[in-house]
Design a protein around this ligand. Structure first.
Ligand code: AMP
Ligand code: GLY
Length: 426
């Protein structure tokens, strides 16, 4: 069957999915809403935002499949609205998306399902919060329950700081409505993994584990960002650990979703902290997201041997367990190039210069870019683009990513020079 596909979103994640779909000869047309200055070379960008406008475009353009990239439209119910109107959509329902959109809901959900996670309290009552904070040994983790674009988590170094954060969240001063309910957690010591399950409501397949790099600066210093780079597969997740993640975290979550009448269709992204307990590596769930990670999607997509279109259609058709999902025997490393003032504020648009490089090294994924009336590519977003290096070893893939980056420049460009450092230090 020939597909006419619409991808919702405008980031590197959506570009990365579009890049592999554009190369699939079963894809007759590819649209992005709104897309970015890079996606217009993969397909057609359409300027529509509101659900009714999107539905209108879907009908006019005869779209056969919609993929929703970011969490915001999923959590606002775009998938439900389109499905009610007969559209084939790859995204979870608004109710299932509460696993990401409400940390309070997620923590109660996972503790009821006996999924390993940090001890916590979720409440809007300041006295209850203060009381729980006093039972913890600092650092103490204080989270706004609602969506805060990745910024709602504070690691407080003392009881006093934790209480001040919680108070400022509850008053709305820190994160507005998103902070009106607060989750306080014990601090877990370990290393983080991003694990992705493609779910069809009943069953799932796991993709190779990735590591993101959330801090702005090398050595995991500086403020948290949306993610400064990622790589996969990681030697920090062996088969035994992946089996624990599969059986203790993903499978019970999907079972509970189904039992609650909200079967999960789409990408379930588990943010895992791996802790050492009595000499064993044990996974704890930090967070769920209901979509691909960004920049994790940028390293997973080029490694898929099985076409993404098959992964998605098998999931929508409820037969993901019939898919033998294969991956290329390679490594991928993505390094994010971001603008001068990221993540604090936006920067003035800057022309991007790209010199020719050998395509065997890898490729560029475009995110915060626009094309001006003269055809000049401009850096306009926080995370501007990613250099994705491919190789037969992690080191080769890493070196290739940095070699590609050496061919790219724009005023104020910043990037981390240590992506994949944990794995490469082994
Ligand atoms: P979240 O959005 O809940 O994943 O939190 C953002 C980041 O805060 C995570 O990627 C971790 O680096 C850190 N974090 C969150 N919860 C904890 C915890 N309980 N212990 C240690 N670090 C945490
Ligand atoms: N890379 C983390 C995220 O997409 O939330």
């Amino acid at each position: 069957m020939q597909e006419r596909i619409l991808i919702i979103g405008n980031g590197g994640r959506e570009y990365a999915m579009g890049r592999v779909l554009a190369a699939d000869n079963r894809v007759a047309a590819l649209y992005f809403a709104p897309g970015n200055g890079g996606t217009q070379n993969l397909g057609t960008n359409i300027a529509c935002n509101k659900p009714a406008e999107i539905l209108d475009s879907i009908k006019k353009l005869n779209i056969s499949l919609v993929i929703i990239g970011p969490e915001a439209p999923i959590s606002e119910g775009l998938g439900d609205f389109l499905r009610e109107n007969g559209v084939r959509v790859f995204a979870p329902s608004m109710k299932a998306a509460r696993l990401e959109s409400s940390k309070a809901y997620m923590k109660d959900f996972v503790s009821q399902a006996h999924i390993p996670t940090a001890r916590y309290v979720q409440s809007s009552d300041i006295e209850e919060i203060y009381h729980f904070i006093d039972t913890l040994t600092p650092p103490v983790v204080v989270k706004a329950s609602g969506l805060c674009a990745g910024k709602g988590v504070i690691i407080a170094q003392s009881h006093k700081e934790a209480k001040t954060c919680a108070k400022d969240m509850l008053s709305g001063a820190l994160f507005g409505e998103a902070g009106k309910c607060v989750v306080v957690e014990e601090f877990l010591e370990g290393y983080e993994l991003s694990v992705f399950a493609i779910c069809d409501g009943n069953d799932f397949i796991l993709l190779p584990a990735c590591q993101d790099h959330k801090r702005l600066l090398a050595g995991d210093k500086g403020p948290n960002t949306g993610g400064m780079g990622a790589y996969t597969p990681t030697p920090l997740c062996d088969e035994a650990l992946l089996t624990k993640i599969r059986t203790r975290i993903i499978a019970p979550t999907l079972k509970a979703c189904k039992e609650q009448g909200e079967p999960f269709l789409g990408v379930l992204f588990a943010g895992i902290m791996v802790c050492e307990k009595n000499g064993e590596l044990e996974p704890y769930l930090l967070e769920f997201n209901v979509r691909f990670g960004d920049p994790e999607c940028e390293v997973l997509m080029p490694l898929l041997q099985t076409p993404l279109l098959d992964v998605i259609t098998y999931a929508i058709d409820g037969k993901i367990n019939q898919l033998q999902c294969a991956f290329k025997p390679l490594y991928a490393v993505a390094v994010v190039a971001c603008s001068k003032d990221y993540p604090y504020k936006s920067s003035a648009p800057a022309p991007i210069s790209i010199h020719h490089f050998n395509e065997n090294l890898g490729h560029i994924v475009y995110a915060g870019v626009e094309v001006d009336s003269k055809g000049q590519l401009l850096a306009t977003g926080g995370r501007v683009l990613l250099a994705v290096g491919m190789g037969e070893s992690l080191k080769i893939a890493r070196d290739n990513a940095y070699e590609i980056l050496g061919h790219i420049s724009f005023a104020g460009m910043q990037f981390r020079d240590d992506i994949a450092h944990r794995a490469l230090a082994l």
